[in-house]
Design a protein around this ligand. Structure first.
Ligand code: NAD
Length: 259
């Protein structure tokens, strides 16, 4: 129970990797605030966590909105009695050729994946400083933040940006004892990948499932990841064993790329 007495705020926590992280941090002893756009999925996720014995609250909010992120942290801290860990997990996919991408498309993915993470880092650091908490800020980057892939240019650009924000924030907040790191999954079989695969099929004529299978085929360990695989790394980054680590964006991809 390495996180006993800690409070974690998890954006995009209603499903997929975010929910996997919530289940794991709850089993480590943390109280969990789930923040998401989707109120129905939030209720289902909270029911799962509560059934496992976790202390949980839900907050419907859009991470694109700076004030909403600040308010979400305030609500979580007052309902759960503190604030120690910020997980900036919310993100959306974007599949489009660089030759065709529109301003609207790049703005849409940037608003969630870059601005949303920036607001999360900013609001969490401000609250940690005000409370004198040596907090942990952990964000979702990606293998797509380490390597470029065709049809994923805008998405990759946002995930490289998360790595940049992580390094800059780590240096800015180190003197306050706040650490800032990121996790970089490879191919996790969530709803996001179902959407990516469908969009590849629509735009490139690939068969349904073909793009997912092609990506999984390049994983040395020979299988797609689960949210639990990612959550084990996040548990480490959120806990005391990673106290000396900051500014890092850790690949956990089953051996797709080596950095
Ligand atoms: P997902 O689509 O299954 O879940 C994302 C969650 O974020 C959803 O519940 C959604 O409602 C929420 N969300 C989206 N926009 C939001 C907003 N503006 N405000 C609040 N909540 C919002 O995705 P996932 O696969 O679980 O991915 C989670 C994170 O991990 C993302 O940042 C993603 O880019 C990253 N990632 C995923 C993979 C993968 O293979 N699935 C790989 C590498 C990185």
């Amino acid at each position: 129970m390495s996180l006993e007495g800690k409070v974690a705020v998890i954006t995009g926590g209603a499903r997929g990797i975010g929910l996997g992280i919530a289940m794991r941090l709850a089993s480590d002893g943390a109280a969990i605030a789930l923040v998401d756009l989707n109120a129905d999925q939030l209720a289902d996720a909270a029911a799962q966590l509560t059934a496992s014995g976790a202390k949980v609250c839900t907050i419907t909010a859009d991470v694109r909105n700076r004030t909403a992120v600040i308010d979400a942290i305030e609500t979580a801290a007052s309902k759960l009695g503190g604030f120690d860990i910020m997980i900036n997990n919310a993100g959306i996919a974007q599949v489009q050729s660089i030759a065709k991408i529109t301003e609207e498309e790049i703005d849409k993915v940037h608003a969630v994946n870059v601005k949303g993470v920036l607001w999360g880092i900013q609001a969490a650091a401000a609250r940690f400083k005000a409370d004198g908490t040596k907090g942990k800020i952990i964000s979702a980057a990606s293998i797509a933040g380490h390597e470029g892939f065709p049809m994923l240019g805008a998405y990759c650009a946002t995930k490289f940006a998360v790595r940049a924000l992580t390094q800059c924030a780590a240096r800015e907040f180190a003197a306050d004892g706040i650490t800032v790191n990121a996790y970089c999954p490879g191919v996790v079989g969530t709803d996001m990948w179902t959407e990516i695969d469908s969009r590849f099929a629509e735009l490139t004529g690939a068969a349904k499932g073909e793009t997912f299978d092609k990506f999984v085929g390049s994983i040395a360990l020979g299988r797609a990841q689960t949210p639990e695989d990612v959550a084990r790394l996040v548990s480490y980054l959120a806990g005391p064993d990673s106290d000396y680590m900051t500014g890092q964006s850790i690949l956990i991809d089953g051996g797709m790329v080596y950095r």
